[in-house]
Design a protein around this ligand. Structure first.
Ligand code: PRX
Length: 659
């Protein structure tokens, strides 16, 4: 088969075509939809399912099951995620529409149509197949934000293989751990990438990681920076030298809707990251639905989700969601302030971006840089703004509304998680008649049965803080933790049997609006990135000088939270500023820059309970310099005094250095 014309239009395509119709329901319609989703799920989901392509259909859309996650979506239905995201458009006029505008940090530009994307995906799929990748194999992807990263996701699922993307900002140890846990056979990477005016040497980090990853057979390399890199004979190959020269077509592999499409590692409360496994059909349905319901993309839109592909937001709203809707997106490779603090606003002006989806941390950093930067650009193409990843404080919300949206654009604050696949709680823009409240994610989408409860599972009164729960399965729900069914059950389903427990605090106000109030476990959100305190502690202890450590998240005006480490040294090591820097560097090279403690101080003892559990809550009180919480379970008061003294001494030292 030649790659010239692409496949014939499949049955069921027509329903999927008109994205120009207004999809976002109004307020009255929304209430009816919510009821319908609750009372007649099959009837609610059926038309949405029909908008996607299924190769074979057998069985109900949803079948309850006694064990977590308490149900299965579309079991017996076969499909292919790549086919739905790419091939489906090739037999339609959308074939020649731009799927992605891409801009590299140095300023290079590409515009990739759906047809070009189709060709590139097939070329890479053919190459991966030739390198031995088959159904169910894991492929680790460690790339900068270049178009090939999206192509790599699509090519992997085209073959029925499972991708595991590792964020390009993670260092060697973090990469090795993720490769080993997934036992990937192939690593797809590049010579390097551009970030903040510098190059990141990805291949060098891969080489370090691969010294400890026996499962990896091949490394496929894209050229990005042009820097010379050493190749290991028999293992490493340049894509250019092995890819087919002309167009090829690799038939999509039809897999069951419950077949895993990807693993994405995220932090839990232990040092070992959890590999959240997503399905194919349910995930696809959820992304198609939420992209439509929340962003309501039309032909004239240019959608820009600023997340990196290494996080779930990148998977769902840079890659799959917009492609499943046949939309046009912008993808940008580099740092927001390179070469100047108006890079983002320039991009919006140049490409006429109409929907911007970003994080509160990004917004807060822009506030700091001053209003003149966005102020000098034409942002009139924007019609909708989104926020994700951490609670958005009202100040940031109002600035976003005024300085970026110029008070014309609704803001959707979207709450969700790596585990949920896509957005669960958010305003819907067509629903602008509902007044938005700065800092509130508004309401669960129809089909999401959320509640705020106390620790016994009883609903709490309006205005009271409680624990968020989701009381019924939804299609985008993750289907497991890679290789660890016990952890899957115990972390997410044991606390409230029958429900999903996300470990977030929330409250509902008197009007029923949801306010998300941060994590209810030992997980930090650093600039919106998720990191377990235990993960950082495990890395610190690998250094020969460290006997023990406790890490906590301290609130930060820009990043939301930053890690602070309290360290006990082994005998023979002196607590010097030099050692402090060495430990921070050790974290940078093992885990990556996002994990580097903002502050690190030394103590001889840690505050612990009588059963030897570290009381991080009290350490947090110390570093936030506020009155101590309940200390009755503390074994030894002097440890806390010491922490306080050591932390105060560190502040004095920092002040001296500043002067
Ligand atoms: O605490 C919540 C916070 O981010 C956590 C999920 O992190 P992650 O899996 O990395 O996914 C981030 C991107 C979806 C949640 O448990 N979070 C996410 N969105 C919001 C939020 N907190 C408040 N408001 C949000 N809109």
């Amino acid at each position: 088969m030649s790659g010239g014309d692409g496949p014939d239009a499949p049955a069921g395509l027509k329903e999927a075509l008109p994205i120009s119709a207004h999809h976002s329901p109004g307020i009255t319609e929304l209430g009816a939809l919510r009821r319908r989703a609750r009372e007649d799920p099959e009837g609610f989901w059926r038309p949405l399912v029909e908008g996607l392509y299924w190769h074979e259909r057998a069985g109900p859309i949803f079948a309850p099951r006694p064990d977590p996650p308490y149900g299965q979506w579309l079991k017996g239905w076969t499909t292919n995620l790549c086919y739905n995201a790419v091939d489906r458009w090739i037999a339609t006029p959308r074939r020649n529409q731009v799927a992605f505008y891409w801009e590299g940090e140095p300023g290079d530009r590409r515009a990739i149509s759906y047809f070009e994307l189709y060709r590139e995906v097939n070329r890479l799929a053919a190459t991966m197949r030739q390198l031995g990748v088959g159904v169910g194999d894991r492929v680790s992807i460690y790339l900068p934000m270049i178009p090939e990263a999206i192509v790599a996701l699509l090519a992997t699922v085209r073959l029925g293989a499972i991708h595991s993307v590792v964020f390009g900002g993670f260092a060697a140890q973090a990469l090795a751990d993720r490769i080993n846990d997934s036992r990937s056979r192939l690593v797809v990477t590049a010579d390097g990438g551009f970030r903040a005016g510098r190059t990141v040497e990805l291949k060098r980090i891969v080489d370090q990681a691969l010294a400890q990853t026996p499962s990896v057979e091949r490394v496929l390399l894209f050229r990005r920076t042009g820097a010379p890199v050493p190749l290991e004979e028999g293992r490493d190959v340049w894509y250019d030298s092995v890819a087919p020269a002309g167009p090829v077509v690799v038939p999509p592999v039809w897999v069951d809707a419950t077949h895993p499409s990807f693993i994405l590692y995220t932090s839990g409360t232990t040092g070992k990251p959890k590999g959240a496994v997503h399905s194919t059909g349910g995930y696809m349905l959820w992304l198609d639905y939420t992209t439509r319901a929340v962003f309501d993309l039309h032909e004239r839109d240019v959608f820009w989700c600023t997340a990196d592909l290494g996080w779930v937001t990148g998977h769902s709203y840079v890659a799959y969601g917009p492609l499943l809707r046949g939309a046009t997106s912008l993808v940008y490779e580099g740092a927001p302030t390179t070469p100047a603090p108006d890079r983002w606003w320039k991009l919006i002006e140049h490409y006429g971006v109409s929907v911007l989806y970003t994080s509160p941390t990004a917004i807060r950093s822009f506030i700091q840089l001053g209003d003149a930067w966005p102020g000098s650009h034409d942002l009139s193409s924007l019609r909708l703004l989104g926020s994700v990843g951490e609670p958005i404080n009202p100040e940031a919300w109002l600035w976003y509304d005024e300085r970026i949206g110029r008070k014309r654009c609704p803001i959707v604050d979207t709450w969700w998680q790596t585990e949920t696949g896509g957005i669960l709680i958010s305003a819907q823009p067509g629903n602008a008649v509902t007044p938005l409240k700065p800092g509130s994610a508004c309401f669960p989408l129809p089909g999401v049965d959320a509640a705020v409860v106390d620790e016994h599972g009883r609903p709490v009164a309006p205005g009271q803080k409680g624990l968020l729960v989701i009381r019924r399965p939804w299609p985008g729900q993750f289907i497991g933790l890679w290789g660890d069914p016990e952890r899957y059950r115990s972390v997410y389903f044991d606390r409230f049997p029958g429900w999903y427990y996300p470990a977030d605090f929330a409250l509902q106000d008197r009007d029923g609006y949801y306010w998300l109030l941060g994590r209810a476990d030992e997980v930090m959100k650093i600039a919106g990135h998720r990191l377990a305190t235990a993960e950082l502690e495990d890395i610190l202890i690998m250094h020969p000088a460290v006997a023990e450590s406790a890490v906590i998240g301290r609130s930060d005006a820009i990043k939301g939270e930053v890690p602070v480490a309290c360290v006990i040294l082994r005998p023979g090591y002196a607590p010097t500023p030099k050692l402090r820097e060495e430990l921070r560097e050790h974290v940078r090279t093992s885990l990556g820059p996002i994990a580097v403690p903002a502050q690190l101080y030394f103590v001889a003892r840690l505050p612990k309970t009588r059963s030897a559990k570290i009381m991080r809550r009290l350490l947090r009180d110390v570093v936030e310099e506020r009155p101590l919480g309940d200390t009755t379970t503390l074994e030894d008061d002097t440890s806390l005094e010491e922490a306080r003294r050591a932390y105060a001494e560190l502040q004095r030292e920092i002040d001296r250095e500043r002067r």
